[in-house]
Structures are given as C-alpha cells and as structure tokens.
Design a protein around this ligand. Structure first.
Ligand SMILES: [Zn+2]
Ligand SMILES: [Zn+2]
Length: 246
C-alpha cells in the first residue's frame, strides 16, 4: 500500500505545508482522506489519476479538512471522469455536504460522473469501505466536533490514522500497529482537542508501533529537536508530497 501525503499541516496557515490530506492507494484502488488545498495538482504530482480515485472519506468537517472538495470535483469534471465517486461522511454532516454541493451547483455541471454520498455514525466502530485489498474502518476520535480516526488493514498489516484528536486510549489498545499516522499540532505544548509529539511518545507504547508519521504540523514548533532527543528512526516528520509504503 502507498500512502501519499497531499498535505501535512495543521489548521494554522503554514509556509511549507498545506493542510492535512492523505491518499491511500493499493492495486489501482485509491481513497482520499480529507481534501485540502489544490487536490488535483497534488494528486497529479503523486501520480494518482483523477479519473481513478474511488472514494473520499471526511474525518470531520473542520474547514482545513474539507475546503478542497469543490476544486477536486471541478477538476474531475474537466478531466472527463466517468466513474462514480463515493463520498463518505458522518451522518451529522450529510446535510452540510448536500447544501454545499448545491451551493456550488454541482448538479448543474454537465457532470458525467455520479457523486454517491454515504454516511456513517462516527460514534460507532464500523467498516466503511474496502477495495484494492485495503479495508477501512472508523473509530471515534477525541476532538471538538464529531471526528473519526481510521484503521486501514492491508495484506495482514495495520495502519492507524488518528485524524485530529487528543491522545486516545482506543489507539493505545492495539497490540501492534505497523504504521501510526498521528496528528501533532504542537511539539511539546499540551492543548485540548489536539496532540503533541511529546505526548505521543510518552502516552503510547512505542515498542508496539513500527513507524510513527507525524502530520497536522504547525510552523515554528521544535519537532526536529524533539525527534533528535528520542534517538529513534521510527518517528518521521511528515512532509507534503512524500509517499510512505506499508
Ligand atoms: Zn485539522
Ligand atoms: Zn479539526
């Protein structure tokens, strides 16, 4: 499985990072998790065909995670996409999503592909979709609005993505995680609704995790300094347009 990082920044404007958005690809199946700035350009740079993207999953409806959707759909239309696009969101956000699509008049574009909205209850653990040998499930994250973290299983391996969240006991329950993608809005500061790098390595059993990739990063935070102190190559500071394999 390839994990493409379209953006790795927090909600604060970053000089080097776009807001966090990640595309999971395996065997020609592609799932985009959250949609931040200029998604079409980023997907092209990462060599994911706009006509082939299978689904979009929204972890929550904070602006930094959703605002690229109009541009994504517009680009898909211009690329003459035909395949239906699944968009999955928490049932509490369905009305907002429908209203947004109607505000952008997506139903009036001579659009040749169907947009299929599917909802889930983000307070429940549930399998959301599967394809290309990947299976996506959600669990409740600890954030200020309804938010899900994701578990992605592929070829006997498990990846966990925290989305925006405080340190979560649910994530700590795994016996083994091959790759943990975790938000680290700060390096050291403890702030409600988010996590810091220091908390991640202190509160989870790092021995049980193969690799930790940090996303949702803020400018001016001493991540490098903290990673250096750890003396491990296990913790990776996310960068826009990088691809990881699992
Ligand atoms: Zn965010
Ligand atoms: Zn958020």
């Amino acid at each position: 499985m390839d994990i493409h990082f379209l953006g790795t920044g927090s909600a604060y404007p970053g000089s080097e990072r776009d807001n966090t958005s990640i595309c999971f690809s395996n065997d020609g199946y592609h799932v985009l998790v959250d949609v931040s700035g200029n998604p079409c350009r980023k997907l092209k740079q990462l060599q994911v065909d706009l006509r082939e993207l299978d689904a979009v999953v929204f972890t929550h409806f904070h602006i930094d995670h959703i605002y690229g959707l109009p541009s994504l759909l517009w680009g898909m239309w211009l690329e003459d996409r035909r395949k239906p696009l699944r968009i999955l969101c928490d049932k509490r956000n369905e009305r907002k999503l429908q209203e947004w699509l109607s505000t952008m008049e997506a139903d009036q574009w001579p659009i040749a592909f169907a947009v299929e909205i599917e909802t889930f209850d983000g307070d429940e653990e549930k399998e959301l979709l599967s394809g290309g040998g990947m299976t996506f499930s959600c669990f409740k994250a600890l954030h200020s609005v309804p938010t899900v973290g994701l578990e992605v299983r592929c070829a006997g391996r498990v990846l966990v993505y925290s989305s925006d969240s405080e340190i979560s006991a649910r994530i700590g329950e795994y016996d083994h995680i091959n790759m943990l993608i975790h938000e680290a809005t700060s390096a050291r500061k403890v702030a409600g609704n988010h996590s810091s790098l220091v908390e991640i390595v202190e509160k989870y059993d790092v021995e049980r995790i193969g690799k930790i990739v940090l996303v949702h990063l803020s400018d001016g935070e001493p991540y490098e300094e903290e990673v250096e102190k750890l003396g491990t190559s296990k913790v990776i500071i996310g960068e826009d347009l990088m691809t990881q394999h699992m």
